[in-house]
Design a binder for this molecule. Structure first.
Ligand code: HSE
Length: 326
């Protein structure tokens, strides 16, 4: 049996569309083992039958791609998922499933065969190919803040660095009805061309955001999280988005952004999480959506093998601070 822990992530962080991401200390735990009986069994902690069907389960589908790549045929598979990352809320649940499935599958092949398996870089390249964009799977794999670039010749290039100490994320999740392919729908409202003025606006903010985070200049985050490439268009899918940003800043947040493709909103805070969460929930409610919130530390570590080849600690213990649920 192998067991991995994989973090939630927030992509874009405002201006860094398809480029920036951060890992959050809110995790899914995945166990994978061979049963000896040629069958696939998937168990989740109460997330319903649909997610437990192999054809819908991204952990399983990613693991199958890994097994194919390594030319390995497992003898029956049992996957147990303890899902702590809210599904389809813009918190990287599909990236976590892909990264978790690839890393668990890789560790299982190593355990069963003694072969070396794939490197982290090879696993990350597979994860990007499956997900289609790199900004969630990269921090899910390596933790911290990540800057990604998909180069036509060199493939994925990324730089990871630690977030400033003490910075936390308030995540507010509105109950807006996203059904089916949520990210696809949220990308579908984006324009195919933008003005030079808007492109320059985002270049300014993206560069400022990376420099501010790298140097701990949290005073710059309110401007550095502004965006004109995707959030203004996605506001049509997330009622109250602008007023939620404003409510977060008015309550003392350092900066605020749509988390990934939404619908959740992330606000950066330093120690004043609760009033920010309450203000953001209130703004969503004013706009007609019930909302719930959580506060998460930023995660220094990405996916971790807890049990199995490549485990990062001998006893498999891993303790995360429990998230605060509002
Ligand atoms: N960069 C992607 C998007 C993230 O904004 O569509 C999706 O989670």
């Amino acid at each position: 049996m192998v067991k991995v822990s994989v973090p939630a992530t927030s992509a874009n962080l405002g201006p860094g569309f398809d480029t920036l991401g951060v890992a959050l200390d809110l995790r899914n735990i995945i166990e994978m083992s061979e049963t000896g009986i040629l069958d696939v069994v998937i168990e989740t902690n109460g997330h319903g039958e649909a997610l437990e069907r192999p054809e819908n389960n991204m952990v399983y589908l990613a693991a199958v791609k890994l097994f194919e790549r390594l030319d390995y045929q497992p003898h029956g598979l049992l996957i147990r998922e303890e899902i702590g990352i809210p599904v389809a809320r813009g918190l990287g649940s599909s990236a976590a499933a892909i990264v978790g499935g690839l890393v668990a599958g890789n560790s299982l092949v190593q355990q069963m065969t003694g072969r070396p398996g794939l490197s982290q870089a090879e696993l990350l390249a597979m994860a990007v190919a499956i997900e289609g964009h790199p900004d969630n799977v990269t921090p899910a794999m390596v933790g911290g803040f990540t800057v990604c670039c998909l180069d036509e010749v060199r493939g994925l290039l990324h730089v990871r660095f630690d977030p400033p100490r003490g910075l936390q994320a308030v995540i507010v999740m509105p109950e807006v009805p996203f059904t089916g392919k949520k990210t696809e729908k949220s990308r579908g409202v984006l324009p195919t061309e933008v003005s030079l003025k808007d492109a320059v606006y985002n270049l300014n903010r993206t560069a400022l955001l990376v420099a501010a985070l790298a140097q701990g200049r949290v005073d710059l985050l309110s401007v550095a999280t502004q965006d004109r490439l995707h959030q203004p268009y996605r506001a049509s899918l997330v009622p109250g988005l602008r007023s939620v940003f404003q409510a977060a800043l008015d309550a003392g947040a350092l900066g605020a952004a749509l988390s990934g493709a939404g619908p959740s909103v992330l606000a950066f805070v330093e120690g004043n999480a609760e009033p920010v969460a309450v203000a953001m929930e209130g703004a969503f409610q004013w706009a007609g959506s019930d909302a719930r919130s959580l506060v998460a530390d930023l995660a220094m570590e990405g996916v971790k093998v807890l049990v199995g080849p490549g485990a990062s600690s001998s006893d498999g213990a891993h303790v995360d601070r429990a998230p605060y649920w509002g």
